[in-house]
Design a binder for this molecule. Structure first.
Ligand SMILES: NC(=O)c1ccc[n+]([C@@H]2O[C@H](COP(=O)([O-])OP(=O)(O)OC[C@H]3O[C@@H](n4cnc5c(N)ncnc54)[C@H](OP(=O)(O)O)[C@@H]3O)[C@@H](O)[C@H]2O)c1
Length: 282
């Protein structure tokens, strides 16, 4: 496997490969409860790490608790794997995701996450989504304090605007931002640009647009055919080419899909293909 500097990104003092793994899909249906086969889920995580994945994204709300617990059971606390988790969303039986950024709640959640992930400090702790009922600054301040106290190594944000990113930077060093972004959805392009300007990692969630890959049209198919690749691999390769600060975290519960997604980091698109894909979404 060839590797160059642009294959990796620095989060604090840690260097990770830019193509990571999203662990949301380890849970049961609707991301509530455990999967049917927990050992298969743990094995998938171990396979990902054996194949070189050293950046894994999860959240307390996935399951809730299930994705973090499975990660803790599968790999525990490894120096060579950066596990990024999040707090700030509650779940209910209807499967809704409810923003909750109250500082005491965040302080409670970090303790739960430490236990499930079997670690003494969270590698990257992301505020999942601003809560309209809690001043954004108060939530961010809680994350800043957790970092000062050593419970958290790096702080990230998710689902924020450029204004919110800039506000948060007045309180804490923001290592990453995780917003929805993929070849078919560029709504958050301004946040990506801000991350590039500040040298902050940009983690595009739904990097292959979940189950809606077909909405990307014929161009993906055409380029995929030319490379004997799949359109999902082209979608991931485009993200990796799009910006050196992008860290895609494709999510899967299927070992074959994992292999296919990891192979996307070896797919080299031409400048012309990158340009056409970029322009198709503008
Ligand atoms: N910050 C946020 O608000 C937020 C929101 C959503 C997600 N996330 C994070 O982002 C990660 C990725 O997001 P996502 O899972 O929604 O979207 P995604 O990675 O774009 O797509 C995942 C979906 O595509 C399927 N898939 C993956 N690889 C495939 C392949 N090679 N061939 C065919 N199907 C494939 C998966 O099903 P199979 O299991 O069958 O492969 C799953 O249904 C999550 O794991 C989570 O960590 C964050």
């Amino acid at each position: 496997m060839t590797e160059n500097e642009s294959d990796t990104f620095e989060i604090g003092s840690r260097t990770v490969h830019r193509l990571g793994f999203g662990a949301m899909r380890l849970c049961g249906a609707e991301i509530i409860g455990p999967p049917d086969d927990e050992e298969a889920a743990r094995e998938l995580v171990r396979t990902a790490v054996d194949r070189g994945v050293d950046f894994i994204d999860t959240a307390d709300s996935y399951g809730p608790g299930v994705s973090e617990r499975l990660l803790g059971e599968a790999i525990g606390d490894r120096d060579d794997v950066l596990v990024a988790t999040k707090a700030g969303l509650l779940r209910n039986r209807e499967g809704e995701w409810l923003a909750h950024g109250e500082p005491d709640y965040i302080r409670n959640q970090v303790l739960c996450s430490l236990d499930r992930l079997r670690t003494d400090s969270i590698d990257l702790y992301q505020f999942h989504r601003p809560d309209p009922d809690t001043p954004f600054e108060d939530s961010v301040q809680a994350f800043a304090e957790l970092k000062d106290e050593g419970l958290v190594e790096q702080v990230g944000l998710s689902n924020v605007s450029v204004d919110q990113l800039e506000t948060a930077r007045e309180y804490v060093d923001v290592a990453t931002v995780q917003n929805r972004y993929n070849v078919g959805d560029r709504e958050e392009a301004d946040v990506l640009e801000a991350c590039e300007e500040y040298g902050i990692g940009f983690i595009p969630w739904a990097p292959i647009n979940g189950d809606d890959i077909d909405s990307h049209g014929d161009l993906l198919d055409e380029i995929a055919d030319d490379h004997d690749a799949t359109k999902r691999q082209v979608a991931l390769a485009w993200l990796l080419e799009r910006s050196d600060v992008i860290l895609p975290i494709p999510g899967t519960s299927d070992p074959d899909h994992l292999e296919a997604n990891l192979a996307a980091s070896q797919l080299s698109l031409t400048d012309e293909e990158v340009r056409r894909l970029t322009e198709a979404g503008n």
